[in-house]
Write a protein that binds this ligand. Sequence first.
Ligand code: AMP
Length: 380
Amino acid sequence: MKVLGLIGGGQLGMMITEAAKKMPEQISGVIVLDPTPNCPASKVGAKQITADFKDEKAILELADQVDILTYEIESGNSDVLKQAESKTEINPSPETLRIIQDKFLQKSFLAENNIPVTEFLEIKSLEDIKEKINQFGYPALLKARRDAYDGRGNYRIKSPEDIQLAYNNFAGKSLMLEKFVDFKMEVSVIAARNTKGEIATYPVVENIHENNILKITIAPARVSEDIAKQAEKIAHQTMQVLHGAGVFGIEMFVTRNDQVIINEIAPRVHNSGHHTLQSSKTSQFEQHLRAILGLRLGDTTLVHPTIMYNILGTGEFSGKYRISDFSQDNLYLKMYGKDESKPQRKLGHFNLVDQNNTLGVQGLLESLETITKKIKFIQA
Ligand code: AMP
């Protein structure tokens, strides 16, 4: 029996905590570190230490209290986690986190291991952008190397006039430049590696973003067998070279000429894996726990085609909200217990499941269209 420590208690931490509660023979309790009082994970039974994710004292205090430590965010303090490794087992390893949380190091690492990634270059100055952008042409993407998520760290440079603006946008941050990929689809693979080196991947899924935030995941992705195989192979190779155990979300592009390349990796359970709660034999949350506990990995078979839809705060209002009723038999709604809505905030999701395997992805998409018309936010 182990006490599980968790850095980050948002919706991912909440669903990891729920999975942990279903494994009472292995996990006796969960302690979460999160800056927001009454974070979502605490609402489903995790004990909370309220402090910043990077707070050295709080991280070490958490490490002292638990037998095994993991995280749901990639912006943790990998240096402090390295120190904490003497106190408790941490997975994925802090060294893997250090590489992944810097997009430049991450892409360099993948490229060194012959895993296909978008073309990229390190940027040290304004002059550097002006010179290096000629290798890629326009548009190109200037990205913050660290602490960026949901596309907030990206600036699209469309013409030479944008270069200065793009550079100013990231004052003081370390940067990289990326060739713009004119992709035909964004896909991802949820992959797992356990502490004994066993690897398992879920079938590739299709992701639709709105304003750089994931809106819809379609499982399985509407791709050819060849593309599905490429994606799975890349995910497998990635798991072989990354150290440490856990679930990883591997985001990829399918290019116009049907090549699959990695956009980026998340060293944690991933929004595009939420469908597994209903679609698959093993949810990604249980899989993550199995991986870090060194249990045999669960079956990743997709049993029912499923569409995951993210419920995001709308631009119309902020504050306390209630949501209209759009329930139906094959719709599994999961709200994250966040009291206040803000524009674009991830408040919940639902899985629309082809329970009898008769609708197919097309049927699910038609049903989704009807449902989304019924979703309304009501001021509470
Ligand atoms: P990121 O936060 O870097 O994953 O980027 C967020 C979104 O920006 C991705 O999901 C893509 O839609 C888009 N994006 C990122 N990098 C590129 C690229 N090199 N070419 C085209 N689109 C990109």
